[in-house]
Design a protein around this ligand. Sequence first.
Ligand code: 5GP
Length: 121
Amino acid sequence: MDFDYDTNNIFAKILRGEIPNQTVFENDHALAFRDINPGAPVHVLVIPKGPYVSIDHFARDASPEEQVGFFAAVARVCEVENLSQGFRSIANTRTHGVQDVPHFHLHLIGGKQLGAMLPQS
Ligand code: 5GP
């Protein structure tokens, strides 16, 4: 599969510092910041700094260092945001997954008791 990365997507602009963000944590390979439209008391997006469009793109093509750095950021956010009682992690992907921003991002959502993962259909 080909993954075409759009360098003008909103998270690329955040990484370039063209759009402000509320940073929660940053390392060499990842940035974690607050979602602009939070769905829960804690709603943080963790993104790799490299140009990956989706979780399957990142899992296939990111280097071991990038992958370790990304998940180290996930672990750190869970600590600093006090998510010890649990949370939900979501990576919406392409059309069926209703992905709006074509730069891989993991939603970390928590800070309260969440409801069912998917609406019943
Ligand atoms: P998706 O549907 O692609 O999984 O989610 C994209 C998320 O990015 C949404 O939850 C949306 O609120 C968030 N978002 C979109 N634009 C911005 C922005 O400019 N800044 C921040 N912090 N979050 C954004």
